[in-house]
Design a protein around this ligand. Structure first.
Ligand code: OGA
Ligand code: MN
Length: 286
């Protein structure tokens, strides 16, 4: 690709104009960590980075993750097994079905995780492609009038909102469980420390704080449709051994539906959040 600085040895190719780059690199060079600053920079600019056919094992995936940032302590020493197989975990399978819908990982937490890294171990014969949309560019290309109109909106995000999509007929206990995770309010437009702005949406987005629910859901639909237009989206057709890293603070993602019995298995590591969403304006606290 064109935008790679001349001094780097990284071979980088754009996958679409607005989102996604492929990096060609061998495992030893990747694991050395010497390209980490460039990878972090590309991650912010390109949203999702694809490494084909690396076939990293669990230890290598953890170690690579640590070259990029702080490995989030979750799952098996920082590594999660992403599968819909109920034999592995019924609760996790239900929760993960939420990933069929556009989302940001951990959108109901205080600080969004910085990036997620997914490593393909076993694929489903059908479905299971992962799609990413660039929510920086989606904001930048909004008409100026819309940017102004939505600039100060705060959005309430909840686990419950996402889980209604997975199960429209929850039991009373299910609903209590969904609600155990308190909703979080985030600005719709996130002004990052860099000064760049991105849209914070996804299937956890319930309504605009303080606004009429019907109207605010219409607005959320409209903005989600805008942000997920094909020109902002990269869709990954997986091969076993592919490693993807996405900027969880600047993209939304979803996986196309696949058979839970297919055996599809990904290992995931996560880079801890580095930047809180912009604090509420003083006036909101009064
Ligand atoms: C995730 C996720 C998508 C996939 O792990 O957060 O959304 O393709 N995964 O499995
Ligand atoms: Mn996800």
């Amino acid at each position: 690709m064109n935008s790679t600085p001349a001094e780097t040895k990284l071979d980088v190719f754009d996958l679409t104009p607005r989102i996604g780059s492929m990096i060609e690199i061998d495992v030893a060079a990747l694991m050395s960590g010497r390209h980490a600053p460039e990878i972090r920079d590309l991650l912010e600019r390109r949203g999702v980075l694809v490494f084909r056919g690396l076939h990293l094992d669990d230890a290598q995936q953890r170690a690579f993750t640590r070259t990029i940032g702080e490995l989030l302590p979750q799952g098996d020493d920082g590594l999660l097994r992403i599968t819909l197989d109920r034999a592995v975990s019924a609760a996790a399978a239900d929760y993960l079905k939420g990933s069929f819908h556009w989302h940001i990982d951990g959108a109901t937490d205080d600080v969004l995780t910085r990036a997620s890294i997914l490593n393909a171990k076993k694929l489903s014969p059908t479905g299971g492609q992962t799609e990413f949309c660039n929510s920086y560019v989606a904001f930048e290309e909004l008409p100026e009038t819309v940017k102004t109109a939505v600039a100060d909106l705060q959005i309430v995000h909840s686990v419950e909102m996402a889980q209604w999509l997975v199960d429209p007929t929850p039991s009373y206990e299910d609903l209590r469980r969904w609600r155990a995770h308190a909703p979080k309010t985030h600005p719709l437009v996130w002004t990052h420390r860099s000064g760049r702005k991105s849209l914070v949406l996804g299937c956890t987005a319930s309504h605009v704080e303080g606004a009429d629910t019907d109207e605010s859901r219409l607005l959320l639909r409209e903005l989600t449709e805008w942000a997920t237009q094909p020109r902002f989206v990269y869709r990954h057709e997986w091969q076993v051994g592919d490693l993807l890293i996405w900027d969880n603070t600047g993209v939304m993602h979803r996986v196309t539906p696949y058979d839970p019995e297919s055996g599809r298995l990904m290992t995931r590591t996560t880079i801890a959040g580095e930047e809180p969403l912009a604090p509420r304006r003083e006036i909101d606290r009064l």
